[in-house]
Design a protein around this ligand. Structure first.
Ligand code: DC
Length: 666
């Protein structure tokens, strides 16, 4: 996940490949509860791993369900046909509405001595309409805090099932969903009727509930959207195995991506055209705009069809969330696009009509808006502007505007607060970058070099973390090469140059955070020692070895950008890098830092010896004929002898902004 203050997305040129999307939250938590309520074992594939599903799993374990988690596959052994717990249980529901509501209903109908609590915010989220409906049914529920809100205590009910149970439908469809999932527990010998009071909102979510109930053996009879009858003799039956569909709203960004970009197309794994989620109908709108979509069980493939896309006018009431994605597709169309009947956008995470209008205008677009509609005019070549997109803590704003990076003018796009995507899709940008591509010249590289122990590694990795960029520690590659050569029984001398170069060409090295793995073995400590540095210094003067490592180093230049640390980064490997920094510090200061570092790792060290050693190494490094230590001509020098790490990072960030690579103020 990108938890940086902003994410600069370089101009992108195409996209192709497969993305596997995270599971739908709504389906995940419903499936967990239904699996818990039936008899036998259900294997649930592709479950979403999020705060909300964790809360539900914890509750099911407390109830005595068998829960086995193996990655995204979870095996649930249900409670059906078994004795429910009789002891008092307290459940902690966090802030998970999709767990709190249906679990409350199921526990209240089944009965016991249960307390349901959550975080303070959960205690401000209304549940009164559900409690009223359950009380009507004969359930015993008490408010432990404020009337109408959790926490709640549930006791043994005395169910009265002879008259229809009224439930309000105009506040949250989750109340109806909760009743629909709980009442089959009580419908063994009589049909139970639910009557919706008020206009039912979010009908597609009720469709999901009904659909899943059918998968678990419960055929609810629906009379319009006012009356739902659970037939007598209803009994939960495990489907054995069930796949959680990927989130259809999340799919909209990749459907749009396939429609916008040239190439072999995008394949979305995890959701197909026959999805039970309402937002899947986004595909019809995307097709109208020009997308070519094919589909099979659990997959979609999207290619560019009409180009430019076609402007459309559409009533979007049935796909309120996914329709936002159409607004960004509209920038690539041949005429204006009008999205109608979207009043609900005004009361979502943010006022989404206003957000889309303001941010699209920043890009240069002409936008008109009304209380429940928006018209977006296409943005032709030569009119795109660099923009810093404000995201209003709204995941969908962030994901939508990332698609503006494919613009004809090849201007980059800055997304502020990119971590807001975590609400539904924590790894959205990683998924985007895994399929998007662009010319190497568009992927920024910042090079940082300097003498040994100048702190360049720390500086480079901190700057990388601030920008969300990849990090290349080229010194580590020489260290690992030397290590591998010694292991292979080679000397580090010129006589073995060809053999070492051969090893270096296909070095099985992997970086995982701070760890360096060679053939999956952790060699971090071995290569980070003083001896490891000496050995690296030896192999690094062999031209064939340097040459062998070039491709590997280039391969680190990946979206969204790279911090490259080491000797010839700015001169040989990435000579066109837009920012090069040469970091220095006095030998005394560097010896002091190295001393501290070694002591903290438990090595013994002598500060004077270290200083003499550093000075000797500087002299050798500067005078050697192969890749001598010297700043690139266009490097900016930074002496950090008296600077904190934070101050050095700040200086590099200021330089980076002032290079106007992205043209944004800090
Ligand atoms: O940065 P470091 O201490 O991990 O580097 C180890 C050795 O490798 C050092 O002697 C410099 C050399 N090196 C190099 O020649 N070229 C690079 N790009 C990086 C390191």
């Amino acid at each position: 996940m990108f938890s940086t203050a902003f994410l600069d997305i370089p101009a992108l040129q195409g996209a192709s490949g497969t993305v596997t999307l995270p599971g739908s939250k709504s389906i995940s938590n419903r499936v967990l509860l239904l699996s818990a309520l039936c008899e036998g074992t259900t294997v649930v594939h592709d479950l979403l791993d999020s705060d909300d599903t964790r809360v539900m799993l914890a509750a099911l374990r407390q109830l005595g369900c068998g829960v086995e988690v193996a990655g995204t596959t979870v095996t649930i052994t249900g409670l059906g046909g078994r004795a429910w717990p009789t002891e008092a249980i307290e459940f902690f529901m966090g802030n998970a509405g999709t767990a709190m509501r249906p679990l409350t209903a199921a526990l209240a109908v089944q009965g016991g001595d249960f307390t349901l609590k959550g975080v303070p915010r959960m205690h401000e989220r209304p549940i009164g309409d559900l409690v009223d409906a359950l009380r009507e049914l004969g359930c015993a529920i008490d408010y432990l805090g404020n009337e109408g809100y959790p926490p709640l205590r549930v006791r043994q009910p005395s169910l009265q099932l002879d008259k229809p149970i009224p439930v309000r439908g105009d506040v949250s469809s989750q109340f109806l969903t909760a009743l629909l999932m709980a009442l089959p527990l009580a419908a063994q010998d009589r049909a139970i009727t639910i009557e919706v009071v008020g206009e039912l909102i979010s009908k597609p979510y009720i469709e999901i509930t009904l659909n899943l109930l059918a998968r678990y053996g419960i055929q609810v009879e629906r009379l319009g959207w006012e009356r739902f009858v659970i037939p007598a003799g209803s009994r939960y039956q495990s489907p054995g195995t069930i796949h959680v569909e990927a989130d259809a709203s999340s799919a909209s960004y990749f459907i749009a991506l396939g429609a916008i970009t040239k190439g072999d197309g995008i394949r979305i794994q995890g959701v197909g055209a026959d999805s039970i989620q309402g937002d899947i109908r986004f595909m019809d709108a995307a097709e109208q705009m020009g997308a070519k979509i094919t589909s099979g069980p659990n997959w979609l493939e999207i290619k560019r069809g009409a180009w430019p896309l076609k402007g459309i006018t559409l009533d979007c009431n049935h796909i309120p969330d996914a329709a936002m994605t159409l607004a960004v597709m509209a920038l690539y169309a041949d005429g204006p696009t009008t999205l109608r009947n979207i009043a609900s956008w005004r009361v979502k995470e943010t006022d989404r009509i206003a957000a889309i209008a303001i941010e699209s205008r920043k890009l240069g677009a002409t936008v008109e808006e009304g209380p429940d509609w928006i018209t977006i005019h296409p943005l032709p070549a030569n009119q795109w502007q660099r923009a810093s997109i404000h995201t209003y803590d709204d995941h969908r704003v962030a994901m939508c505007f990332s698609l503006a990076a494919f613009n004809a003018d090849q201007v980059p796009v800055r997304i502020e607060d990119p971590k807001c995507v975590a609400k539904t899709f924590p790894d959205y940008f990683e998924a985007l970058f895994s399929v998007a591509h662009t010319a190497a010249a568009n992927i920024p590289v910042i090079c940082i070099d300097g003498p040994t122990a100048s702190g360049k590694g720390t500086l480079a990795s901190r700057v990388a973390a601030q920008l969300g960029y990849h990090y290349l520690d080229s010194g580590a590659l020489y260290r690992v090469t030397a290590h591998a050569a010694l292991q292979a029984g080679l000397t580090l001398e010129a006589t073995d140059e060809a053999a070492i170069a051969k090893l270096a060409r296909s070095l099985p090295v992997r970086f995982e955070g701070e760890q360096v793995l060679l053939s999956n073995v952790d060699v971090t400590d071995a290569i980070r020692s003083e001896q490891g540095g000496m050995n690296a210094s030896k192999v690094s003067v062999l031209p064939a070895v340097r040459d062998a490592l070039v491709d590997l180093q280039h391969s680190f230049q990946r979206l969204p950008g790279l911090l490259a640390d080491g000797r010839d980064m700015g001169t040989v490997i990435f000579p066109k890098a837009p920012l090069k920094v040469f970091l220095t510090a006095s030998a005394a200061k560097r010896a002091e830092r190295r001393h501290k570092q070694l002591i903290s790792k438990g090595f013994s060290a002598n500060i004077d010896a270290l200083r003499a050693d550093l000075e000797a190494r500087d002299a050798r490094d500067m005078s050697r004929s192969v890749a001598p230590l010297k700043p690139a001509q266009d490097a900016l020098q930074l002496d950090n002898s008296s600077l904190t790490i934070e101050a050095s990072v700040e200086q590099v960030m200021v330089w980076w902004q002032s290079r106007q690579v992205f043209g944004f103020p800090t």
